[in-house]
Design a protein around this ligand. Structure first.
Ligand code: HEM
Ligand SMILES: *[C@@H]1O[C@H](CO)[C@@H](O)[C@H](O)[C@H]1NC(C)=O
Ligand SMILES: *[C@@H]1O[C@H](CO)[C@@H](O)[C@H](O)[C@H]1NC(C)=O
Length: 345
């Protein structure tokens, strides 16, 4: 089932290499515009995804970090986070990182998916346009979205997910008003530990809320919404009050509840802590992007991912002492500009 997805691509790419002169030229043209460091060692299975990457980074993310990147990260969670070990054990229809959010017209209309309609509409045409599966498009968009924002880590990215089998089961996504023990149990049923869950929740570093408090619609969840930093953890733990920042009840509870507070507070700190978080976040997001999939049947295409912008390169002082080191606006602009130029004409 899975291997039928990969083999034809491999074969097609192989035939292109040995025989198809015209097509080879076309593919090489794509390859030479590829500015990623790892572009040189190319796995033919990954080649078709270079064009998908370019459409997402250019057309949808506009070469940077915007409301579509936030939405794409949340979409990756809402697609994958419906995976359930207990449903799997019972042999029932399961969720997981399958792309059903792009395929089933009703799933995105569920209240918990409110706010994801726009990113779903933008990504929906890509599977047919590039002849790849919805799951691959959706989860490539998720890992690219993390990278598109300064501080966001490189996440190992796999392709070869089979076509969607069923709509995600309803009622499995966490509710921000639920108690910590229930939330922790739900993540455990996805296959994620408390430590991994606390690393993943740091995605709220780039998040806005619109539907929890209508009066505060558009508020972010930390003071630096366009940067993937650990400010989210410190500010939430201290329950800082900032205008235009909204703290989700579940995030405040994670920072205080005995079940989660130790793992939450591990990510409060200075630049060295940022590096720890970036690496643990990357591992947890990779795991999330593979929920319900058999990784042995997929292909690692991390080689097509752009280079990340490291926070240490844009802070005013990288000696590492200060908690939540401030970003240097000039360095940030320079990095953003050079990233944008890679994707926009
Ligand atoms: C207990 C677990 C979680 C709960 C209760 C939760 C809840 C929420 C809520 C209520 C919002 C705001 C939606 C709105 O009103 O517009 C939100 C936004 C967001 N969440 Fe979570 N979330 C959880 C875990 C995660 C995880 C694991 C990720 C990703 C790895 C994630 C990524 C995001 C992102 C990126 C946004 C911002 C979306 C945007 O600005 O468009 N969340 N989350
Ligand atoms: C699309 O991909 C499938 C499976 O990877 C392959 O069998 C098929 O030939 C492709 N179609 C086109 C039009 O390239
Ligand atoms: C966080 O701060 C707000 C505003 O000062 C306060 O109303 C709320 O009770 C605090 N929440 C927690 C969990 O400490």
């Amino acid at each position: 089932m899975y291997s039928t997805i990969i083999r034809p691509l491999t074969l097609a790419a192989f035939l292109t290499c040995v025989a198809g002169a015209a097509t080879t030229e076309k593919r090489q043209a794509v390859d030479t515009t590829d500015t990623t460091a790892a572009a040189a060692k190319s796995n033919p299975v990954c080649t078709p995804y270079i064009a998908v990457r370019d459409a997402i980074m250019g057309d949808i993310f506009e070469g940077g970090c915007n409301d579509n990147t936030r939405a794409a990260v949340r979409l990756a969670f809402h697609d994958a986070g419906t995976f359930s070990l207990s449903l799997e054990a019972a042999g029932k229809d399961n969720g997981g990182a399958d792309g059903s959010m792009l395929v089933d017209p009703n799933e995105v209309l569920r209240p918990e998916n409110n706010g994801l309609q726009n990113i779903v509409a933008l990504l929906k045409p890509l599977p047919e346009r590039f002849n790849v599966t919805a799951g691959d498009v959706l989860h490539l968009a998720g890992t690219l979205a993390v990278l598109a924002c300064p501080g966001g880590p490189l996440i190992n990215t796999f392709v070869g997910r089979p076509p969607v089998k069923n709509i995600n089961p309803d009622g499995l996504l966490p509710d921000t008003h639920d108690k910590v023990s229930n939330l922790v149990n739900r993540f455990a049923d996805m296959g994620l530990t408390v430590r991994e869950t606390m690393a993943l929740i740091g995605a709220h570093t780039c998040a806005k809320q619109r539907f929890v408090s209508l009066a505060d619609a558009g508020d972010s969840m930390d003071t630096t919404v366009d940067i993937w930093d650990i400010r989210f953890y410190g500010e939430t733990q201290r329950n800082d009050t900032d205008a235009d920042v909204f703290r989700l009840p579940s995030d405040l509870a994670f920072s205080q509840d005995p079940l989660t507070k130790n793992d939450f507070s591990r990510f409060v700190g200075s630049l060295s802590v940022q590096e720890n978080w970036a690496s643990e976040y990357a591992d947890a997001h990779e795991k999330m992007s593979l929920l319900g999939q058999n990784v042995d049947d997929l292909t690692d295409c991390t080689e097509i991912m752009p280079a990340p912008i490291h926070l240490k390169d844009i802070v005013t002082d990288s000696s590492g002492g200060a908690v939540d080191p401030p970003v240097d606006p000039a360095k940030l602009q320079a990095e953003l500009q050079s990233t944008r130029e890679q994707w926009l004409p």
